[in-house]
Write a protein that binds this ligand. Sequence first.
Ligand code: MIC
Ligand code: SF4
Length: 640
Amino acid sequence: MKKLNLTQKIINEHLVSGEMIAGSEISIRIDQTLTQDSTGTMAYQQLEAMEIDKVKTKRSVAYIDHNTLQSGFENADDHAYITSVALKHGVYVSKPGNGICHQVHIERFGVPGYTLTGSDSHTPTAGGLGMLGIGAGGLDVALNMAGAPLYLNMPKVINVILTGRLRAGVSAKDVILEVLRVLTVKGGVGAVIEYTGSGIKKLSVPERATITNMGAELGATTSIFPSDQNTLAFLTAQGRAEDYVPLAPDEGAKYDKKVRINLSTLTPLAACPHSPDNVKPVSELTKIKVDQVCVGSCTNGSYTDLMRLAAILKGKTVHPEVSLVASAGSKQVFAMLAANGALKDIIDAGARILECACGPCIGMGQSPRSDAVSVRTFNRNFYARSGTKSADVYLVSPEVAAVTALNGYLTCPLGVTIPKKAYALPQKFAVNDNLILNPANFPNIEVVRGPNIKPFPRGKALESSVEGGVLLKVGDNITTDHIMPSDSKLLPFRSNVPHLANFCFAPVDPDFGKRAMAADSGFVLGGHNYGQGSSREHAALVPLYLGIRAVITKSFARIHKDNLINSGIMPLVLVNEKDYDKIDAEDKLVIDNAAEQVKKGSRITVRNLTKNINILTDMPLTERQKSFILAGGVLNAARG
Ligand code: MIC
Ligand code: SF4
């Protein structure tokens, strides 16, 4: 029998169609799904459009964790809609205040060996528990809830072999920052990152989850750890030992690439502005004066993360010129910190305590002052994401964040005494699921649709000729935070695409929305790794609403490319990268016989009318995906 790595084993168990040949299209059965509120309103409207009675998964959960400011009626409308529509369709609801989806999912729902899709790019966090967790657009997750498999390209598998043991002051965040330094934000595209080696034995499930969480920043399909004694210890402490199954790659299994990291030699690291792979040792950054420190998020909001913060802060005071904010990743963590006194240590030191939600990570409050330096335990430091364009954000571990908050300068925590018990996983977590609603208890619920819930835009069938101007030319590594920014002003409008349209591409060109609206039809030109970051399909739905017909790039990030295809927007890749220089903003482009070209093959010729040249592009789609482009989106294609 062929020896399989863990990724291949789980895929093999769930394979519905295709062959496990890297790069070819497969589909897999999905056991669990998760949604969160900022992508959930769209996902559930799409689920409603599929007209199914109850979801077909083993377990689906709707989390409300992103938009919790409720500065107007909009967020509250979204919450009411998601709660009611989810319960009606047999989906569990994790109420606001219960915590961030990824943290709560590993605590309460995740099962080793299961597949999970989530309408959030950090769904791979569940890989810390030995699950195959994949981020996808809301529409794909809705399809999975309706019982359809997930289509994806069979990933390559990159093996990261961890040996040695982390020194005091160095933690899981430094491991993933090191992987990002080595592989970069493009290094995981088309691949699953599978962790093995003697070093993993020393990493608890929450530590592993920090590492798999930020695998999203590598562009990876997902990341995964084996399920072993540490997994059993975690599940037992959660009162869920019965969910444990041991899982490991076969002895001698093959990998497409190997990366070796000796944990003993790692030092505290920081990702510098404005990219998670711009990684440097903190010891080289100690002259940087800091204005704000934020601890929490789905990367570092676990019990031991917050215990380390508390241990370092205990009996001390935050630097007078620093604002320290802290939030636990879940109500479970928050309640345990309150019960054991650690929360008091954090409050006494002068931290501002936020609710268990995404908060500053997605710009929902706590935007730093102009030109500020903000040091965060989060996973993304993309330009303008904090809500302050001129701010510089550094991504670090809780240890670095804590000592930095005390000193006022970026500070390396090596040598700082942190009691061993701050690293120890509790024998028993304080389980209290009273903020989780079981749909079985709401048999007659009616869907509540407040005025903030606007229908999502639908595309139109591809015409014979697609014509328009290049409405924007951008460079490499454009994120979905550039395409469709999200902050406290915009996140309440995630169910209102016409409103969001005014802010499309605002961080790079505030006039884009107006220009596109006036033009009616057009193109966007980008560089490599276009659309990295969030899974938000708004980064496709808003351009669709604005009449964008095709995006031409050097390469795409996975989830965004799928979202474009699902919306009926053509993702075209330049055959010759140098042709990027032969297209300028405002050039007039036309795709003649567009539908014919799409049907025929993967080559699509784009005529640059302004320069009077032909540009060759590639759009290697399966027949299934072609039908979406031809029909103007998945839902149109499904209607036939
Ligand atoms: C993010 O971290 O960017 C988000 C907000 O969680 C997104 C989802 C969204 O945009 O709603 C993600 O990571 O997919
Ligand atoms: Fe929430 Fe930030 Fe995690 Fe996204 S990355 S799920 S915004 S905590």
